[in-house]
Design a protein around this ligand. Structure first.
Ligand code: KG4
Ligand code: ZN
Length: 342
């Protein structure tokens, strides 16, 4: 089966072609156009994102087809992210996908963006397939999911306030770093002294039990405030910036690594799959590797291209559903929020 994927949920306009069956699926092309314009505003401006998608979508899809050396006629299904995300941005992708599919006499299939992230690593690592524990950490989401099989998703925990990437971006702003700040914090933290600022590890209590409602959940707004107070109290915030970055990153990483370990241990998983932009953070990946090593668990971290938002993962998830005979009607709509189904 050959699937064209389209992704426009936030600030990347992306299209990709994948082909194959079952877990033998190859990426034939992947085009990602990142909307740099949002840097000027220090965050994604929804209306600008929608307009930029309108301008970019047709050439991005054409290029993905060309690079895969296929025509629309070769495509079996058009898969498109239809939730969650910026609704105006999603609507551009959904409308374009429907028009394209209708015109070509092909079916269309809506894909949940977070389900796409669960599939991303399987395009690079043959063993990144269920059963596994997944941690999805991006600018908009922080989700801990147990995945016994494709299509079966048990959300164990989530953030109660800021997403992990959002926390990185906000702390980066406090330290005077550019947006998006995650990779700048990571770079700065390497030069930081871990003993200078030791922030409390959020949502880690002694005696937490598997049934407790904070056993898997995370929260980063308190940590962000602690960093803010430390910046204000510092006599030389510029000199302390690497140490502050290190203290913040260590606290956030320790919380995430512990929650991942709990999930893998409780569900007896030997594979951990990471996704989302924050999964590009090598210190996080290494910390999780160390934390689950004694469980004998393998950790799969995606490359930068597949960690961040991309259409290949949407096409891959779409292929799974399409093979099960699922299709959507022309009434397919976009939704800003929607739970991960299954
Ligand atoms: O998945 P993504 O590209 O977009 C969505 O938010 O959906 O994730 C972007 C987020 C930003 O918050 C960015 O600061 C963060 O991922 N990020 C990182 C790193 N690279 C990107 N955070 C920590 N360390 C990194 N190396
Ligand atoms: Zn994403």
């Amino acid at each position: 089966m050959v699937v064209l994927g389209i992704e426009t949920s936030c600030d990347e306009t992306s299209a990709a072609v994948v082909s194959g069956s079952g877990d033998q699926v190859a990426q034939k092309s992947l085009v990602i156009l990142s909307q740099d314009v949002h840097r000027i505003f220090g965050g994604v401006v929804p209306e600008i994102a929608s307009r930029a998608h309108v301008t970019a979508i047709a050439p991005v899809v054409d290029q993905a087809l060309r690079e895969a050396d296929v025509t629309l006629g070769d495509i079996d299904v058009v898969a498109v992210t239809n939730a969650p995300g910026l609704v105006g941005a999603l609507l551009v992708g959904v409308s374009y996908a429907k028009g394209l599919a209708f015109g070509a006499g092909k079916p269309v299939l809506g894909v949940h963006h977070m389900e796409g992230h669960l599939f991303a690593q399987s395009l690079e690592h043959a063993n990144a397939i269920p059963p596994f524990t997944a941690l999805l950490v991006s600018g908009g989401h922080t989700l801990l999911v147990d995945v016994p099989a494709w299509g079966e998703y048990h959300v164990l925990g989530a953030t109660r306030d800021d997403a992990a990437g959002e926390a990185f971006d906000k702390v980066a702003k406090l330290l005077g770093l550019p947006y998006p700040g995650g990779r700048h914090i990571e770079r700065l933290a390497r030069e930081g002294d871990p003993s200078r600022f030791r922030f409390a590890r959020p949502m880690l209590r002694r005696n937490q039990q598997p049934g407790d409602d904070d056993y898997y959940d995370v929260s980063f707004s308190g940590l962000k405030t602690a960093v803010l107070l430390a910046v204000k109290a510092s006599e030389d915030a510029e000199r302390d910036a690497p140490h502050l970055a290190r203290g913040f990153q260590d606290a956030l990483i320790e919380t995430l690594a512990e929650k991942v370990r709990r999930a893998a241990e409780q569900h007896d998983r030997r594979r951990v799959v990471l996704g989302g932009g924050v999964a590009c953070n090598q210190a996080l990946v290494e910390a999780i590797r160390r934390r689950v090593a004694d469980l004998g668990a393998e950790v799969y971290a995606p490359s930068v291209r597949l960690a961040t938002d991309n259409a290949a993962m949407i096409a891959r998830a779409g292929l799974f559903h399409a093979e099960r005979g699922e299709r959507d009607g022309w009434e397919l709509n976009a939704f800003a929020t929607r739970p991960l189904s299954g």
